[in-house]
Design a protein around this ligand. Structure first.
Ligand code: SF4
Length: 442
């Protein structure tokens, strides 16, 4: 049992330090209650860290990489900055991509570099929840913070999302188990419905698991919208039996406060923005009957921050082109994957390269033909290496929330402060980007 947090670091001996309330950027939950024991400059105990990140925290320090490389060989940092500036100076259409494993400081520096270059800047959202963002720009979003869910929701629905695997502490901290102001009995007072195309770790925990026919979510949501209006859906295929959908519509209307968390199961289907659009309409219409919310299940740690910083800096959340001297937003045309696949970019800056793995083979092939400047944490294997790509220049940076303080945004767009808990070994990504920008400015 971990004693209550004091919120302050304290030393047990000269070399052993306990740090409370550390935030984790392993996923969009951004749990900020971790407790680290630091011994001789290493994390030796990471309490409350889930299985996704526990071993990673304990292994920090095992991997050492050169601060900079040029063509795969260790290089002086200043030479690598100069080489990067040369690549970007010669480029007519550079693309800056990633951002979701950084934090506000790095994202802001990336936007400044893109602005100076007249580059395209895009985040991992374009390959993940981009369609959801397009949908909410069309029809709005009846949404809330995770604190609101904890304190109010007695009906929790996960649709196309498997949080037990992807967000292991989501149930415990926000959605299912915690006791809140209007949910004093915690798990016992909540009904958990999970809708997915096959049984998984989350359907196994549901009060009411619903296995929907693949590709029929649109029809099921359309039928629910009819049922809310007391219209009998015509005979047809709805992915779930009509009686089940009637029961679900009644359960939704009867809730005191409901929420639908939706994930990649919806955003990776055909016409995903249309699918999310009618889901958001359904949730808005449910508010004629009761309090109801929708929330995206964001996976990468600070992808919500990347959206927020780009919106703040350019007015748009992803796929932004600055070549005209003002921001232009057009997902598809200015999405990094499409630009690389179509041969429309002649240099790439990857701010965290793990998102490369989710790109199409054509995009990866296009990326292999242009010079890449890669900025990554000291990981055993970067996303670029996993994809078989070699950067022209690479930089290794400190990890925000471990070596550097900063700000990251939880999946519900709540900003969470990140602490520095270990000594710094490398520059931050913001320092790398600022140095490149300064070199370009001469
Ligand atoms: S659920 Fe996510 S944020 Fe929380 S400890 Fe696990 S990886 Fe970190």
């Amino acid at each position: 049992m971990i004693p209550p947090s004091t919120g302050k670091p304290f030393a047990i001996s000269t070399s052993l330090t306990i740090i409370e309330d550390v935030a984790c950027t392993g996923c969009g939950c951004l749990c900020d209650d971790l407790r680290f024991t630091i011994d001789n400059g290493r994390i030796t105990k990471a309490e409350r860290a889930c299985e996704l990140v526990h071993d990673f925290f304990l292994s920090i320090g095992d991997v050492t990489r050169p601060s900079a490389t040029i063509a795969g060989q260790p290089a002086a940092w200043t030479d690598a900055i100069s080489r990067s500036a040369d690549i970007l100076r010669a480029a007519k259409s550079p693309v800056i991509f990633g951002l979701s494993r950084s934090c506000t400081e790095g994202q802001r520096a990336a936007a400044a570099l893109a602005d100076f270059l007249g580059a395209t800047i895009d985040t991992t959202a374009s390959a993940c929840h981009g369609p959801s963002i397009l949908a909410l720009q069309q029809v709005g979003e009846s949404t809330c913070t995770l604190g609101e869910v904890k304190n109010r929701s007695d009906l929790v629905i996960f649709w196309g999302s498997n949080p037990v695997k992807t967000h292991p502490r989501h149930f415990e901290r926000y959605s299912v188990e915690p006791r809140g102001y209007f949910t004093p009995t915690g798990r016992a007072g909540r009904k958990l419905v999970v809708i997915d195309v096959e049984p998984n770790e989350t359907t196994a925990k549901a009060d009411w698991p619903l296995i929907i026919k693949p590709g029929y979510d649109f029809q099921a949501i359309s039928a629910l919208r009819m049922l809310l209006r007391d219209i009998e859906p015509p005979p047809g295929e709805y992915g779930l039996p009509l009686d089940t959908l009637k029961q679900l519509a009644n359960t939704m209307k009867a809730a005191h406060s409901g929420v639908i968390f939706f994930g990649y199961g919806l955003t990776r289907q055909h016409q995903p923005h249309r699918l999310v659009e009618i889901l958001l309409r359904l949730v808005t219409e449910l508010n004629d009957h009761t309090r109801f919310y929708a929330r995206r299940m964001r996976i990468p740690g600070d992808v919500a921050g990347a959206d927020s910083v780009l919106c703040w800096q350019t007015g748009y959340p992803f796929s932004v082109n600055l070549a005209a001297g003002y921001p232009r937003y057009n997902p598809g045309e200015f999405s990094a994957g499409e630009m690389w696949a179509n041969g429309e970019a002649d240099a790439a800056v990857l701010l965290g390269s793990e998102g490369v793995a989710s790109l199409s083979p054509d995009a990866i092939a296009g990326l292999s033909r242009i010079p890449i400047i890669s900025i990554d944490y000291p990981l055993p294997q970067t996303g670029l290496e996993r994809s078989g790509l070699s950067p022209a220049v690479s930089f290794t940076t400190d990890i925000y929330g471990i070596h550097r303080s900063g700000t990251a945004y939880r999946m519900d767009e709540v900003p969470i402060p990140l602490k520095a808990v270990l000594p710094s070994h490398y520059p931050s990504d913001a320092e790398v980007l600022d140095a490149i920008l300064n070199q370009l400015r001469g």
